[in-house]
Design a protein around this ligand. Structure first.
Ligand SMILES: [Zn+2]
Length: 355
């Protein structure tokens, strides 16, 4: 029986595979973010005489590969901080440590499913973090730096794509957006910006907007303030290297908030952009269902959440033309997420003056 561990670092993923005795079954391998599809195929068939691993283990700070692995039917487990040694401030614990954890303590890990997503089983920490963040959210809102949607009295919406850039799907999304001449915002992860700068340039050259979605798509409740700050700053540096600009907006992975993270944003940095319409495309309910979910809930001011990376996004791509056509039929104008929020800021200032 084999056990695999996947660690993330500044330039991609390290993978270790061990056998039931704890010996290496394959040489350690390294994969950059553009090769996650190949990594998935390799784990499904790691060698002529090797079966797929009995368990593939990731940290809760690595939310970028589980979607593709579970979609391929592979057995993926999440190791939470309390079953691991302390991780470095930027990076995860070594892949060998993760594989060893599966070999000696599989019951202490959480099995992930395609339907449940990367943070299944952490509802208490997720909702607790959001509850404790309320005062910080109010303060950011007063400063005009926290949004779920834009003004409801203008025919404007923002279409947003998270977890890219992706070597397979981002180009397909860009082609469809170009066909309709509509603008969107891409909340990219630093690991992929670092590896696929040409795709980020293509996004910008096509007139779209960028957002920061952290470096490795971590579960925020598991980060220290310093670790959160490094996730943001390293991603800003990758954007700066790729396109010479830094996004004005940030979206937390899974929409998680914590006082520690929001405290870091209070003193400066990007505005926080959540969403008010979730397409649920990541759960892959079928393209028709994705389009219907968006069209049933979207209206003036909506911030619409879809995904171009972090998993099998064929359904998101297939749903996109119907989403765009349905919104265009309502005479809604597609604007960048930061432009939608700038409208909300103006509106907020007007309201304030009237009081
Ligand atoms: Zn995400």
């Amino acid at each position: 029986m084999l056990y695999a561990g996947i660690a993330w670092s500044v330039d991609g993923y390290d993978v270790e595979v061990i056998d039931a005795d704890g010996n290496r079954a394959t040489a350690p391998t390294h994969w950059d973010a553009a090769r996650v599809p190949e990594l998935t195929a390799w784990l499904a068939a790691p060698g002529p005489a090797l079966e797929p691993p009995h368990a593939i283990v990731l940290e809760s700070t690595n939310g970028l590969v589980d979607g593709l692995l579970t979609a391929a039917g592979l057995p993926v487990y999440r190791a939470d901080p309390w079953v691991l040694p302390q991780r470095p401030d930027f990076g995860s614990v070594p892949a060998l440590t993760l594989a060893e954890r599966a070999r000696t303590g599989l019951a202490s890990l959480s099995a992930l499913t395609a339907e449940g997503g990367g943070q299944s089983g952490r509802d208490d920490d997720y909702h607790g973090g959001i509850r404790r963040s309320a005062p910080y959210e109010e303060e950011l809102t007063r400063a005009g730096r926290y949004f779920r949607h834009g003004p409801r009295d203008r025919p404007e919406i923002a279409l947003t794509f998270d977890d890219g850039p992706d070597p397979v799907y981002t180009g397909q999304v860009l082609d469809i957006l170009a066909r309709y001449g509509v603008r969107a915002t891409f909340f990219c992860v630093g690991l992929h910006v670092h590896t696929l700068p040409d795709l980020v340039r293509r996004i910008v050259d096509a007139g779209h907007s960028l957002g920061n979605h952290t470096w490795s798509h971590p579960f925020l409740p598991d980060l220290t303030p310093r670790q959160f700050r490094l996730q943001l700053e390293r991603t800003e540096e990758a954007f700066d290297r790729a396109v010479g600009r830094i996004p004005a907006v940030f979206r937390p992975p899974y929409g998680a908030r914590t006082p520690e993270a929001l405290g870091e944003l209070l003193t400066g940095g990007p505005a926080l952009a959540l969403w008010d319409v979730d397409s649920w495309d990541w759960a892959r309910p079928g393209p028709e269902r994705i389009a219907r979910t968006v069209l049933d809930h979207a209206g003036p001011g909506s911030l619409i959440l879809m995904h171009d990376g972090g998993g099998d996004r064929r359904q998101s791509v297939a749903a996109l033309p119907a989403v765009i056509e349905g919104l265009l039929e309502r005479d809604l104008r597609f604007v960048a997420a930061d432009a939608l929020m700038a409208g909300a800021r103006t509106e907020g200032a007007g309201t304030h003056r009237g009081e």
